[in-house]
Design a protein around this ligand. Structure first.
Ligand SMILES: Cc1cc2nc3c(=O)[nH]c(=O)nc-3n(C[C@H](O)[C@H](O)[C@H](O)COP(=O)(O)O)c2cc1C
Length: 145
């Protein structure tokens, strides 16, 4: 059975909703899914799964959430060759070029870890609406293939 791990950072619940939508879609596709808050996860958790997913909000001015920094730094030195990854996030478009910047930062970290991008990034304005849920479905379909 294909195994996936989702790690999320969420302060007010929007990114948690995104992560749970990913979980539901993956389970519907027959994938075995583990999901954890970033505070209680380690990048080494990804070593034992086929699909590694991070969902994060963006804070400050295009910054990672404080609680995501250690995970982000360790991720870059983890060996995830042969693993598929995907990144999603929630943000606020009023931050302009810094909209969902954490998604791009995590994508770079996964690339340094040697993982292969399995689906296009998903950036959501605040909480996911119907159109976002469609994009999240496309994301999971792509990553499972
Ligand atoms: C102080 C502060 C700074 C923020 N900075 C950014 C930012 O740089 N870029 C962005 O896209 N969103 C930014 N946001 C918006 C949050 O990422 C957005 O509200 C998101 O939906 C929160 O996700 P959560 O509900 O999972 O915590 C900021 C929000 C706050 C309160």
């Amino acid at each position: 059975m294909t195994q996936a791990k989702i790690v999320y950072a969420s302060l007010t619940g929007n990114t948690e909703e995104i992560a749970n939508a990913v979980k539901d879609n993956l389970e519907a596709a027959g994938v075995d899914v583990a999901i954890d808050d970033i505070d209680s996860a380690s990048p080494s958790d990804f070593e034992s799964v086929d699909i590694a997913i991070v969902a994060s909000y963006t804070y400050g001015d295009g910054d990672l959430p404080d609680e995501a920094v250690d995970f982000y730094e360790e991720l870059q030195t983890t060996d995830l060759n042969g693993k598929k990854f995907g990144v999603l996030g929630s943000g606020d478009t009023s931050y302009g070029d810094n909209f969902c910047k954490a998604v791009e930062l995590f994508e770079e970290a996964f690339a340094k870890a040697g993982a292969t991008k399995g689906a296009p990034d998903v950036k959501v304005e605040f909480a996911p609406e119907d159109e976002d849920l469609d994009n999240i479905k496309k994301f999971t379909d792509a990553i499972v293939k």
